[in-house]
Design a protein around this ligand. Structure first.
Ligand SMILES: NC(=O)c1ccc[n+]([C@@H]2O[C@H](COP(=O)([O-])OP(=O)(O)OC[C@H]3O[C@@H](n4cnc5c(N)ncnc54)[C@H](O)[C@@H]3O)[C@@H](O)[C@H]2O)c1
Length: 270
């Protein structure tokens, strides 16, 4: 158990990649806090998690023998993030060892047709949310002279996607933000890294396909077209194992960097 008695906060932890990350950390003995918005956002064309989704996730992770706590939190809001961090500190021994910035939304809209709310919600969830959570958690890591921050970017953080300018801008931003934060906190023994997944068939992707009236299998084939391994999908567990490694002592000399779990997509896109 390499993370026994540590405390991890995972934003967007109620389902998908976030829940898989929580389970991977819990399997190493880490106590986990799942922070999730638990309601829809008008500009997002598919349902987000509900309180029931969060409660079920907490029960599942708690069943692994670690402490699991669910907190309703909108990472777009400084007040909501501050309240979430205060609650974690009060209930989990006054420390946060690991922060996973995973909360995310997406939509497909051309720039010429995009309204301001779609742009703002996307940038605020991914990029401002990553800033706000880091801003409120990192001081406690500095005090402890120890910490790991892992943020979830995307292949869309390394290349563009038509109709995904808002998503790609936010995901590119997370990489620049993380490199800069890594420089600021290395003296405090804090590692800051990024994981960039290719297409993972979570509720985000199936919800998007449904919104556009696409058959799930057809949509999956289209969205995974860039993957080099045609005989296997990228799963939330694949993403979670990369995140886990970045939280373990073995990766102590990796910071300001990223792991791309994309089935070779970006290698072939140059
Ligand atoms: N699925 C993919 O193909 C893929 C690829 C690359 C990167 N990612 C990234 O992985 C992360 C997780 O995505 P997923 O595929 O598991 O999607 P998902 O929709 O299944 O899960 C995202 C979770 O984030 C929560 N959330 C959304 N907005 C929030 C907010 N403002 N505050 C707090 N919680 C919020 C949702 O309720 C949901 O539980 C995202 O950052 C996403 O961009 C996903």
């Amino acid at each position: 158990m390499k993370l026994k008695d540590q405390v991890a906060v995972i934003t967007g932890g109620a389902r998908g990649n976030g829940l898989a990350i929580a389970k991977a950390l819990a399997a190493e003995g880490c106590n986990v806090v799942l922070a999730d918005i638990c309601e829809g956002i008008d500009s997002v064309p598919y349902p987000l998690s509900t309180k029931e989704t969060l409660d079920a996730a907490v029960a599942e992770v708690g069943g692994m023998g670690v402490k699991a706590l669910g907190i309703v939190c909108d990472v777009r809001s400084a007040a909501s993030v501050q309240a979430m961090v205060d609650e974690v500190l009060a209930k989990c021994g006054g420390k946060i060892d690991i922060l996973i910035n995973n909360a995310g939304i997406t939509s497909l809209v051309p720039v010429a047709e995009m309204d301001e709310a779609t742009w703002d919600d996307t940038l605020d969830t991914h990029l401002k949310g990553t800033f706000l959570c880091s801003h409120h958690v990192v001081p406690h890591m500095i005090e402890a002279h120890s910490g790991k921050v892992v943020s979830i970017s995307s292949v869309g953080g390394q290349r563009g996607f038509g109709m995904g300018s808002h998503y790609c801008a936010a995901k590119h931003g997370i990489i620049g933000f993380s490199k800069s934060l890594a420089m600021e906190v290395a003296d405090h023994n804090i590692n800051v890294n990024v994981v960039c997944p290719g297409t993972v068939w979570t509720d985000m992707m199936s919800g998007l396909a449904e919104y556009f009236g696409m058959e799930q299998d057809e949509a999956k084939e289209q969205f995974c077209e860039g993957h080099l391994f045609k005989d296997r999908e990228i799963t939330p567990d694949d993403v979670a194992q990369a995140v886990l490694w970045l939280c373990l002592p073995e990766s102590r000399n990796v910071t300001g960097n990223m792991i791309t779990v994309d089935s070779g997509w970006t290698a072939a896109a140059g």
